[in-house]
Ligand binder design. Sequence first.
Ligand SMILES: [Zn+2]
Length: 440
Amino acid sequence: MRQYLSKIILNLTRKERMNDLNKLNISQYHSINEIKELQKSKMLTLLSHIRQNVPYFKENINELNLNTNSYLTKIPFLTKKIIRVNKEYMKAENYPDKNFLPNLTSGSTGEKLEFFSDSTNEIKSAITLRNNMWTGWGIGEKRVELWGSHYDISKTNDIFSKIKNLFINRNLVLSSYNMTQENMYDYYSRINKYKPKLITGYASALYLFSRFLEEHSLDCYSPKGIISSAEVLFEHQRNSIEKAFGCKVFDRYGCREVGNIAHECEEQNGLHINAEHVIVEVVDETGEPCEPGEPGEIAVTDLNNFAFPFIRYKIGDIGVLSDRKCPCDRGLPLLESVEGRVWDVIVGTNGNRLVGTFWLIKDIKGIKKFQIIQEKFGELLVKLVVNKDFNEKERKKIISRVHEKCGKEMKICVENVNHIHLTESGKHRFVISKVSPFVN
Ligand SMILES: [Zn+2]
């Protein structure tokens, strides 16, 4: 009953969002060529707007031949540094002040960014609803968020937000900051009572919770799907979460600046780019496009933000594009994977650049948590939180893997620690690198 009530309220109060959602549910099955045409037409409108109305772009985009296919590559990249310096000049002059809502990224690597959101823009929310629906969840059904961002949690703490969350959004927010045994037991009880159809959370928090459920043989309520977000999702984490909750895990990639960028469908084989909303490029250190399958830096263009435009914006992540077509029949192109942050690239003495970290601990017994730190070229520190199954044989396996991937000259220190600190925004950093070639 409450599901239908929530649906009716949403349809009445968020007409634009629901209209966008209906259109998005159709366009996801359009052919790739139709989607590219739509992107180009949106891009041309956006470019013409920013060259007339946004001071920063007026100064920094020269005459463009918009009729060529490579027009996008002629536009300079945006970085957090540029936005920080030019924030006021990036606001569209023809938008009223009330449209600009101050916003802030979590800054998991200490790189916080203040920017403005457009208060009237509903498409980001419509995209999120569509992606949520890919898990089997329906509009108005209950959700649980296991979330860590101070910003989001603080928004849900006042009484009005709590009522809105429980009766309209039907969303119960649980903090992923203090995942103590007592809190996790409390979360387990609350989830079983609330019976959400969808659970969303940070990969590391969901994993920790799934391990807790398994270790204590607790039978948790099984939602239709689980969305893992905000961190790279490793295979061992996915397996553990799926086992503990008895449902599929869907990987989501997004950021606060532009919203959901890409999301897994039921095939769980790459992330569909929300291509009606964003253009995703993957480029090397010189800014040239990478081939599908080749890792590089992600630059994203928000096609629907006319108030504070993000165009060719380097988010700070390493990703890989794919030219495969998904068996689900959606025409939306695929992002093969997101490997990690540009700050997290490890450089081997053999010249190898490593962005993913799963290779290090795959099939190694007894590891509860780990972190790799590269302070300087030629040296690597591996921090491990282990249990009784970890022994000298496993330690040697790690050292030999590092040598194999990074070169024999790499000096390695494996250190057992009691605890690995989370970032300020509650995320687990698997890699800390001071030598990444993508960061200058
Ligand atoms: Zn698919």
